[in-house]
Design a binder for this molecule. Structure first.
Ligand code: FMN
Length: 411
């Protein structure tokens, strides 16, 4: 299933007789292109050995919370951040009870409390346990908390009784997990993404540019495509491969990026402006190559095109999402920029920190809209992009329904 390629999945295995089926699920997930890290409760290890999962997942199995060595490797916080999804299969009655009550007394339960990734559980238990009044309360509570409960199936059980409580078969779980990544939140929509830096000529050999690598924008184009959108990516000079299924237009200068955006903006539903467009450009680039004949050289710069501002002034503008690269007073500057440029959302990142933002593989952003905000904590740019695209989908639909009757959210 293509939807699972590259997805980072924590598979939690708990103490159920169905634990052996988790081995097959691990194999199927791996075969589908997912990266898997298995976490086992102590109960689970009474049924299957960690060695089995280590061999099938190709990664060490995580079993202990209060273990200095394990924490020094990939600790529980890092694991929780790493995950695109946490799948607990099989999920014992005991584990579901602990999850429903917010317990954090072993590695798996602590991970579930720490992660902001979706959690999916596949209950497996004797039918009496499944029907038990307290289990019913726990399951209802988990469902209401947004945790996806897969199954269980009904049928003959290991204990000989017949009824609901059998864990779904690994193939069924694989299909549900895969489909959970295909929330086509932007299906039928046209999304334009700008990415990377621009280059502004000083003369024919030299230019002014900035440190934007384009990674965030390319990750956003990928995430928007995965969410079902028709994506146009307008990219500055970056060395990144075009995401599958995305139309790419290469540009060099801010002016060219502006033209490329404005040429197609009328047909777009959403514009995500993640490119680092030059604010100032050489006022009159030298036609040839400037000779080194003087001790000082002054280059006059003038303000370049402000693409988001231009789009913000359009009568029938699309839903616009801007980026703010800030180093201080991040909240205030980002919100001010959003209002001045008539954007619908803005994602602010602190480019003053070395572990995120420009050139880094990770990012952390604060997203603002007219009456709300959400923090997306430090994670890979791919993960941040998927979270941001999901948020954009939600906000877009809300804005459109507020202006129902309009084709576009004319803000
Ligand atoms: C042979 C055997 C089979 C078990 N099968 C299940 C089961 O399928 N589902 C379940 O919820 N508990 C089952 N249990 C009970 C759990 O293993 C027990 O509640 C344990 O504390 C679960 O720990 P954990 O949730 O931390 O993994 C079984 C126990 C034994 C001895």
């Amino acid at each position: 299933m293509g939807l699972l390629i590259g997805k980072q999945i924590i598979l939690g295995v708990t103490g159920s007789i169905a634990a052996y089926k988790a081995a097959e699920l691990t194999r199927l997930l791996g075969k589908s292109g997912a990266h898997i890290r298995v976490t086992m409760t102590q109960g689970a290890q009474a049924f299957v050995t960690p060695m089995t999962f280590q061999a099938l997942s190709g990664n060490p199995v995580h079993t202990a919370l209060l273990d200095e060595q394990a924490e020094a490797g990939m600790g529980h916080i890092e694991l929780a951040r790493w995950a695109d999804t946490v799948v607990v299969a099989p999920a014992s009655a005991n584990f579901l009870a602990r999850l429903a009550h917010g317990m954090a007394d072993d590695l798996l339960s602590t991970l579930c409390l720490t992660t902001d990734a979706p959690i999916m559980v596949a209950p497996a238990m004797n039918q009496q346990m499944w029907h038990n009044h307290q289990t019913r309360i726990n399951i209802n509570h988990l469902t209401q908390s947004g945790i996806a409960v897969m199954g269980p199936a009904s049928g003959e059980q290991a204990c000989g009784s017949i009824g609901p409580g059998r864990m779904l078969e690994p193939e069924e779980l694989l299909s549900i997990i895969g489909n959970s990544f295909s929330r086509h939140t932007l299906s039928g929509l046209k999304v334009m993404v700008t990415a990377g830096a621009t280059r502004e000529a000083i003369d024919i050999a030299r230019y002014i540019s900035n440190r934007s690598s384009g990674k965030m924008g390319f990750a956003l184009a990928t995430a928007a495509r995965e969410a079902g959108a028709e994506v146009t990516l307008i990219a500055g000079p970056v060395s990144l491969n075009t995401p599958e299924g995305v139309s790419r237009i290469n540009i060099e200068t801010a002016e060219q990026m502006g033209q490329a955006v404005l040429n197609q903006i009328a047909s777009q539903d959403i514009l995500i402006g993640s490119a680092a467009v030059a604010d100032y450009v050489p006022a009159s680039p030298y036609k040839g190559k400037i000779k080194k004949t003087h001790d000082n050289l002054t280059i006059e710069l003038s303000a370049g095109i402000d693409i988001m501002q231009e789009v913000g002034q359009l009568h029938n503008k699309p839903f616009t999402v801007g980026f703010a690269a800030e180093t201080e007073n991040i909240d205030a500057h980002a919100q001010d920029k959003m209002r001045r440029k008539n954007m619908d959302m803005i994602a602010a990142n602190n480019v003053g920190l070395s572990d995120r933002g420009f050139e880094a593989d990770e990012n952390a952003i604060d997203v603002y809209w007219d009456d709300g905000r959400k923090t997306l904590p430090l994670a890979s740019k791919d993960k941040i992009a998927r979270q941001l695209v999901a948020l954009i989908g939600d906000r877009y639909r809300m804005t459109v329904s507020r202006h129902s009757g309009n084709q576009r959210p004319a803000t």
